[in-house]
Every structure is written in C-alpha cells, then in structure tokens.
Write a protein that binds this ligand. Structure first.
Ligand code: ATP
Ligand code: MG
Length: 349
C-alpha cells in the first residue's frame, strides 16, 4: 500500500514527520511512503503549487497524508499560483467530495475547551462537509461598478446531483453513528440552500431509520456552542462546513487536535489536520502533531481498512494526554517532537 506524503508549508513538515515516525513504529506490513512537494514549497521549487509529478503521485497512491499549505511569502502571487490552490486542486482532481471532520473531546482536555467542561464533555459530532462545490469553485472576479467602485464577486452554486451525493454520505455516516442527521443551510435567504434542503428531504426517503433535522447555519453555530450534545452528524455545504468545523474544534479543545478525511466515491482519501500551516509558529518545533497523528489513524481506518492500528493510535493519544502531554495550544510546553515521543511511548500502555 502506497502512502503519498505531502507535507507542504509552515508546520506541515513538522507534524507530518511525527505521524510518519509513529506509523514506522507500528511496523505495518506492506506500507510504503513516497513524498512530494506541495503548496508554497512546491511553488518555490518548481513554479507551481501542485506540480504534475505531485498530482501523479497522489493519483497512484492508495491514500494521501497531507500536512498544510499556506505561505505568507506567496501572498502577492496571482491566485492560481497561491499555495492554497494545491489543496483545492487535489480535492477537485481526485474528486474528493466528502470531508469528514470529527469533533470530540478527549476527557483529559475538558479544561482546554472554549466551553464550560460540563457542556464540552457532551461534544461528539461528525461534520460532513461538501468539498467540490459552493462559493469556492463558482465564477469569481473583480469588476468596476458604474460609480467607479471596485466590486468583488463569487458565485455560489450547487446542482442537485452534488447535493444528493453529499446528502447520501451524511445519511450513511449518521447510520454508522447514532442515527441522527442535522442538515445545515441558510434556506431562508439562499437559493442554493433551498435546493439543498429540498434534495436532502428527497434523499431522506431512502433512510427512514435516520432522524433528520434542519437548522439555519447561524442557529447551528449558536447551538454548537450552547448545547453540542444535541448533535450526532451534521451535513452541510463547503462554506458553512468550513466555518462550523473550526467552531466545533474550539469546543473540542484545540484546532491542533482535530483530524479530517476527504473521500472520493471509492473510499480513497486524503487525510489532513484541519488546521492550516500556522506561519506564526512554523519552524519553532512547538506545533501540536496530534491532529495529524489522528488523521493517520483515520487513514488506516477509512482507506486502508486497518481498524486495529487505528484504534491503537487513538488509544495512545488518549493515554498520552491522560499522562499529562500538553503542547502550547493546550496550555503546556511540550514540543512537537516530545508530543510524538509521548504517543509512541503510550502505544505500549
Ligand atoms: P488556513 O487558512 O490554512 O486554514 P488559518 O489562517 O486558518 O490557516 P491556521 O494555520 O490554522 O490558520 O492557524 C490558526 C491559529 O492556530 C494560529 O495561531 C496557529 O498558530 C494555531 N495553530 C494551528 N495549528 C496548530 C497546531 N498544530 N499546533 C498549535 N497551534 C496551531
Ligand atoms: Mg482556517
């Protein structure tokens, strides 16, 4: 099984290194790694954030472990050359349309949550975010109004096939969890959301066992903070999912703790921490690698069908936290490397 390693920019290489060290320690038979540049690192090396050779590796691989892209040095580049285009391009080229982002609180991190511990304890939600459509991929541009004002625009669009596909992933995910699906939209003001809601209701006919509810995104944000325990699985569009999953991450402790999977229709996937390249702390050896380590666990579970080592990794993370492991984002002083060491040490426990 070939794993493509795409470390990227900023803290990406630092956190990927710890995940690879852990996977090496597990000694899984037949696991091979091949690395390629992506993002600002690739732009600097070859003039393009997603070189053909990197895309080719991603296509050949059975799964992709991705760090982060984003580099302040590239801020002035034209949009198609910016690091962020690499991840958008991978999602599109590999048809990774479903982004699964779990947010749950490790018991020992109740203090790190932005919520009161007694509320935070209840959070165990899977956010299923659509990845290939919405305002990120619509026509966009800059024009001048009749009054001579600069005006930016981004078209938000979804067709019914795109909504149906992610709705099914939402229902299937809910079925494998606690059987509750909340669809989040803004159907009171957006045409895309009206279609979204109609299609989700149509698809729900195939899932009579799932308890379906709908919330407007503003209310969903409020409810996630007020009473996160009411949610099991949330299905939503690209933009709303981006925002809600960052919000859920702060409820769950830290952005440095949360993994994600982006899956195609066959279950091949790209696995990455939900955080970005964190240029403010890059190169200082203090990034929390746990989100990436937990992403590697999701990779073993969802794309490589290896649930046992996935369970072992998740238990080791939990045990390491119970043993006092805290990186800076969790209010401690452990370095990236020390965090990796602590999880490796906890594998045996
Ligand atoms: P992007 O646009 O790529 O999502 P962003 O601007 O949202 O990037 P992040 O890179 O996710 O920002 O960082 C947001 C904040 O969280 C920063 O202050 C960063 O230092 C912190 N942060 C992100 N990831 C980690 C991590 N793994 N460990 C510690 N702190 C982190
Ligand atoms: Mg972000």
């Amino acid at each position: 099984m070939l794993i493509a390693l795409l470390p990227g920019d900023g803290i990406g290489p630092e956190v990927i290194a710890e995940a690879v060290r852990l996977l090496d320690t597990l000694g899984i038979d037949g696991l091979a790694f091949e690395e390629a540049p992506v993002g600002g690192a690739a732009y600097k090396a070859s003039g393009h954030p997603l070189p053909d050779s990197t895309l080719d590796l991603a296509k050949r691989a059975d799964a992709i472990l991705f760090g982060a892209v984003g580099d302040p040095d590239c801020d002035a580049l034209e949009r198609h050359l910016r690091p962020e285009q690499a991840i958008l391009g991978l999602r599109k080229e590999l048809a990774l349309f479903a982004n699964l982002r779990p947010a749950n609180l490790f018991p020992d991190l109740a203090d790190a949550s932005a919520l009161r511990p007694e509320i935070a304890r209840d959070i165990d939600v899977m956010i299923v975010r659509e990845l290939n459509g919405d305002v990120y991929f619509g026509e966009k541009g800059m024009r001048t109004t009749e009054d001579g004002l600069r005006e930016g625009y981004d078209i938000m669009s979804y067709n019914e096939a795109e909504v149906a596909r992610i709705a099914r992933t939402g229902f299937e995910t809910a079925r494998a969890r606690r059987g509750k699906l909340c669809s989040v939209d803004k159907a009171n003001v957006l045409e895309t959301s009206q279609l979204w809601r109609d299609v989700v209701i149509e698809i729900s006919a195939d899932y009579p066992d799932i308890e379906l509810s709908h919330l407007y995104v503003d209310n969903a944000a409020m409810q996630l903070v007020r009473a996160p325990g009411q949610f099991d699985t949330i299905v939503t569009g690209n933009l709303f999912g981006d925002i809600l999953s960052d919000l859920a991450s702060m409820c769950a402790g830290s952005i440095g703790m949360l993994p994600s999977a982006s899956l195609d229709a066959q279950g091949k996937g790209l696995y990455e921490p939900i955080h970005g390249s964190a240029p403010d702390i890059a190169g200082q050896g203090k990034a929390n690698p746990l989100a990436t380590i937990l992403s590697a666990a999701m990779m073993l579970r969802y794309s490589l069908q290896l649930p046992e080592p996935a369970d072992r990794i998740e238990a080791a993370v939990s045990n390491a936290l119970a043993g006092g492991l805290r990186t800076g984002d969790l209010g401690g002083t452990a370095s990236t490397r020390e965090a990796g060491d602590a999880v490796i040490a906890a594998l045996g426990s």
